[in-house]
Design a protein around this ligand. Structure first.
Ligand code: ARG
Length: 401
């Protein structure tokens, strides 16, 4: 009987070498490499060639762009998900989709193992392995890049000896992961947290210092999700792509942070997420207009917990589903329009409107014709003050004894 391993393949040097290792060191007869398209900026043709040269019996390309946008990206937007209040979870969101696709192929083939190219130092190993196990309980998971810690030069030599073409894989001085929701940049010169981000690290955003004159866009939301940009209805993946371009030209969504990884280390991370940052600001603004105070405050307490759970690799978990059920229940009336001014490095909300707004000008206005029941405020305060007075009196009493 032949043994088969199914690999989450990126087309890069690490996972290309992993194909050969799986045969030579791990003894698999067949290796199936699965490329999953989540909107990354990769040329898949050379990746196919590299995978075959490395010895893959099959290299598959699965298009999961829309599934990724409509499931992970949509839920992240409803959750206003920002890890540490800043990182829109770009990589953390894509892993469950990629792992799910790989697990589906493995199940179909009755494979013995699924494989990922993560090291032991990062978060992605959690996301892949937990998603693999959630989608294919009991499957053996192999992480060759965690088992072997090889230097880049050793890997290059290994690839060269096996005729694996590497030229295009050694271009970037950084470690990059990208998808339709944004781009993550690590390592190289960034490892010094004092070093300013070099301009060559960025690909989706122009420098804010070269931003054109401010420009306003109108985002329409339906039940919490963006559905149109400047009156043009677009599917979510298309809307995100369009906004990445428009807001990216202003340098919106550049994030430079020290991140707390699940494995206990801090790392210096750069992100580019023009659409994510703009959409989350706009969605929050619409929620402020429509949700009750209590709904809003309860949701804002849960949002960072959702972000941490997904960051830590628990996309496929009952708790994430429960949070999402709560978020979905709050979004029914989050329909309306937000006007955003794109400016150098920032997306500023300048207007909001919704037929479901709880904002009432007649109550809020300081002008004439307002209807706020001023006389009721007096009684409201007398009752509110009862406990304040009791506590103050007690303080005076106890201070004396
Ligand atoms: N630190 C981010 C995260 O854990 C990004 C990781 C992306 N991986 C990479 N090879 N650059 O989600």
């Amino acid at each position: 009987m032949t043994s088969t391993a199914v690999l989450a393949y990126s087309g890069g040097l690490d996972t290309s070498c992993a194909i050969a290792w799986l045969k030579e060191d791990y003894g698999f007869d067949d290796v199936v490499a699965v490329l999953v398209d989540v909107g990354q900026d990769t040329d898949f043709e050379p990746a196919f060639a590299r995978g075959r040269a490395a010895g893959a019996n099959d290299v598959l390309l699965l298009d999961r762009k829309d599934a990724f946008a409509d499931e992970q990206v949509a839920k992240a937007l409803l959750a206003n998900a920002l890890y540490q209040g800043r990182y829109p979870l770009i990589s953390a969101l894509s892993r469950p989709v990629i792992a799910e696709a790989v697990a589906e192929v493995a199940l179909e083939l009755g494979a013995e193992a699924v494989v990922h190219g993560c090291t032991g130092k990062g978060n992605d190993q959690l996301r892949f392995e937990l998603a693999f196990k959630a989608r294919y309980p009991g499957i053996r998971v192999i992480a060759p890049l965690r088992d072997h810690s090889w230097t880049r030069d050793e890997e290059l030599a290994y690839a060269a000896a096996r005729g694996i073409p590497v030229e295009a894989t050694s271009a970037s001085p950084y470690s990059i992961d990208d998808n339709l929701f944004g781009r993550a940049i690590e390592a190289g010169a960034l490892e010094d947290p004092w070093a300013a981000p070099p301009e060559d690290a960025f690909a989706l955003t122009a420098s804010p210092s070269s931003a054109p004159a401010p420009h306003e866009v109108v985002l329409a939301f339906d039940a919490g999700l963006p559905v149109a940009l400047d009156d043009e209805e677009l599917p979510l993946a298309g809307l995100v792509a369009r906004l990445n371009e428009q807001a990216g030209a202003y340098g919106v969504g550049r994030i430079d942070m020290i991140e707390n990884r699940a494995v206990g280390i801090k790392s210096r991370e750069l992100y580019e997420a023009p659409a994510a940052v703009t959409l989350i600001a706009a969605h929050q603004a619409l929620e402020e207009l429509v949700l009750t105070k209590d709904e809003l405050f309860a949701k804002r307490e849960l949002e960072p917990k959702w972000a941490k759970l997904v960051y830590d690799g628990l996309w496929f978990s009952p708790l994430r589903e429960a949070y999402d059920a709560f978020f979905a229940a709050t979004q029914r009336l989050v329909t309306g329009e937000i006007r955003v001014s794109l400016q150098a490095g920032v997306a500023v909300v300048t207007g909001r409107r919704s037929e479901h707004a709880l904002y009432a000008e007649t109550l809020a206005s300081y002008g004439t014709g307002e209807t706020f029941p001023h006389d009721a405020a007096e009684g409201f305060l007398r009752i509110l003050a009862l406990e304040v007075e009791q506590a103050a009196a007690r303080q005076r009493r106890t201070a004396r004894v």
